[in-house]
Design a protein around this ligand. Structure first.
Ligand code: HEM
Length: 316
């Protein structure tokens, strides 16, 4: 769009991706009675998923085909992004359909947690400006105001990462981890779990457990800061909270997910002075009834704070 905002197709694409995620976490009768799978779509999930996936594919697939074509004609010879790598360096070489499936997976995996986290962090910061000041101070100190934040800055952006980790703890996108099935009888933390059980770990229960976290409902990024010289990491292998989970079925995208989220938050804090809209005294930080995202989308005032030439033309 001319004003730098998303086009109608882009809005529909993102909304369809969130639609797909909704059914990843939803209760479906055929998960518990697999014989029903494919026979009767009792809860209507299959139909709904097919509809949203069609919208996702209608947007993405032509772009992927176009890029494959660019490589086939020899117009591109160097890899610039993940799609180039999937096209060029798959080993064994991936078919167009496999590339398309991988891109759907990556789009789904990278959209909910980073956007939900950043929205909550900015909301919390607007209600407690000291937190925003600390983050801005860190960015001014590490990056300055004459260039944009880059991935090489991430190891030093420990306060920004602590804010993200605190949002993962207090405001996870989904109340539960995706379900796991135990493959043998086992005992965890004193609980007997018979073989074949569906196990749902509560992200909210762990993150807000008063036996682990002091003052658990307070958004306090300082609790994640570590000794000077050590870096804050967004994963928690001890499972005191769930960010990326852990073990064989833990998230394989820790590094990419940490980078995306940190760059997103650091970029918008560095690039803009954030404020509460004039007609309000604070941001309403209520959870939605469907998931744990903000009930109402965050509305905030953003004013550029860096030299003009650092912004895309459409923004200034
Ligand atoms: C901030 C970003 C992200 C967060 C917080 C996050 C978190 C999680 C969590 C909590 C799980 C469930 C693990 C479990 O069941 O124990 C998961 C699974 C998964 N994630 Fe991520 N993730 C992020 C980004 C990514 C990215 C960037 C990718 C790949 C490009 C990715 C790929 C996956 C996949 C494939 C699984 C399923 C693993 C399996 O079932 O074996 N995630 N993620």
């Amino acid at each position: 769009m001319e004003d730098g905002g998303p086009s109608e197709e882009e809005v529909a694409h993102v909304s369809a991706l969130f639609g797909t995620l909704k059914y990843l976490y939803a209760f479906s009768i055929s998960d518990y009675f697999p014989r029903l799978r494919g026979k009767a779509d009792f809860d209507g999930h299959e139909k709904k998923l097919r509809t949203v996936l069609e919208i996702v594919r209608a947007y993405q697939d032509p772009l992927i085909d176009e890029r494959i074509q660019v490589w086939n004609t020899g117009a591109r010879t160097e890899t610039y992004d993940l799609l180039d790598i999937l096209i060029k360096h798959g080993s064994p070489k991936l078919t167009p359909n496999e590339i398309k499936a991988q891109i759907i997976e990556i789009m789904l995996a990278t959209i909910d947690n980073p956007s939900n986290t950043v929205e909550w962090v900015i909301g919390e910061m607007l209600n407690e400006p000291m937190l925003l000041e600390k983050a801005v101070h860190e960015l001014d100190h590490v990056v300055g105001r004459n260039r944009l934040v880059e991935e090489r800055d991430i190891p030093q952006l420990n306060y920004i990462k602590a804010c993200i980790k605190e949002a993962f703890r207090l405001h996870p996108f989904a109340p539960f981890n995706p379900p796991h099935v135990s493959i043998k009888n086992t005992t965890v933390a004193g609980y007997f779990i018979p073989k074949g059980s569906h196990v749902h770990l509560s992200r909210r229960g762990l993150g807000r457990n008063p036996n682990t976290w002091k003052d658990p409902l307070r958004f306090n990024p300082d609790r994640h800061l570590v000794k000077e010289g050590k870096q804050v990491v967004l994963s928690d292998d001890e499972l005191k909270m769930i960010s990326f989970s852990t073990g064989k079925r833990g998230c394989p995208g820790v590094s990419l997910g940490s980078t995306i989220t940190t760059m997103l938050l650091a970029g918008i804090i560095q690039g803009f002075c954030w404020g509460i809209p004039g007609n309000k005294s604070s941001i309403e930080l209520a959870e939605s009834n469907d998931d744990l995202s903000l009930a109402k989308p965050l509305v905030a005032v953003a004013k550029p704070r860096l030299p003009r030439h650092l912004y895309p033309r459409s923004l200034v």
